[in-house]
Design a protein around this ligand. Structure first.
Ligand SMILES: Nc1ncnc2c1ncn2[C@@H]1O[C@H](COP(=O)(O)OP(=O)(O)O)[C@@H](O)[C@H]1O
Ligand SMILES: [Mg+2]
Length: 244
């Protein structure tokens, strides 16, 4: 997350013709996208558009075709855990926490299981607790007893324990009160300002628009528009693409 090695215009993630099927359902048509170093990009689309499939295809949780480059390296054939070791980490929809374990156990174990390394764990804990003071106050609380917002904070905190270079998030605002969702999104903004590349999937346009410099709009398994920060200023433009 250090900004030192950041080269703003270099592609962090470069995706060519990624596609995925569930049996005969072509859930993701050949799709191209990229995320530059230090960029926060949002994928916006309605329910069932293929957003989760795209993130799952990128992280190999779903079988996919196509070419994926990470910092110029072809990672198309690497499995999920190898991608995690490179720093490609996803916070899944539904959060996937260890419900019966404490906040601290989730953080420590989560970071370890994602990357197979506990290196710098204390330093990373400091970072996580700095971003989410509420987690520090609840280190021994069982994860399943946290509020929805706190669970999402924990899921993001756990991902940060794996020292991501590219953080993907699948609808982190899902099921959260607007104020809590805004707080989560604000923290993602802070992480991005610190240099972290972020690929954020959202269904709610206002949240998606708040941070992103660039938005891909996805509908029926394909990207139907790419909007720059400038175009994003006009919600009307976006609505034209989005509300169909
Ligand atoms: N495991 C699965 N098996 C079959 N079809 C699926 C599966 N997961 C998702 N789909 C279908 O793929 C399409 C895209 O789903 P998804 O990627 O979950 O959309 P989103 O995340 O945008 O809501 C939908 O039509 C959905 O019903
Ligand atoms: Mg989804």
């Amino acid at each position: 997350m250090s900004g030192l090695a950041m080269m703003p215009d270099r592609p962090l993630l470069d995706v060519h013709d990624i596609s995925a099927h569930y049996g005969r359902v072509h859930a993701l048509k050949p799709t191209n996208l990229h995320v530059k170093e230090g960029e926060l990009v949002t994928i916006l689309g309605p329910n069932g558009a293929g957003k989760s499939t795209l993130l799952r295809a990128l992280t190999k949780l779903t079988a996919s075709k196509g070419q994926v480059l990470f910092k110029g390296q072809d990672i198309s054939s690497l499995p999920t855990h190898a991608l995690a070791r490179l720093g490609i980490i996803m916070v899944q929809e539904g959060r996937g926490l260890f419900g019966q374990m404490s906040v601290m156990e989730n953080l420590i174990l989560g970071g370890y299981t994602l990357t197979g390394s506990a290196r710098d764990a204390e330093q990373r804990l400091d970072t996580v607790f700095g971003l989410f003071p509420r987690l520090r106050e609840r280190t021994s609380q069982v994860a399943s007893s946290l509020s929805g917002g706190e669970q999402q904070m924990l899921a993001i905190g756990r991902a940060l324990m794996a020292n991501p270079k590219l953080l993907m998030l699948d609808e982190p605002s899902l099921g959260l009160a607007p104020r809590v969702a805004a707080e989560i999104i604000e923290t993602l903004g802070e992480l991005n300002r610190r240099g972290l590349g972020i690929l954020l999937v959202e269904q709610k346009a206002p949240l998606a628009l708040k941070l992103a410099k660039r938005v891909y709009v996805i509908s029926l398994g394909e990207i139907v528009a790419e909007l720059s920060a400038h175009e994003i200023q006009s919600h009307h433009d976006l609505a034209r693409y989005y509300l169909h």
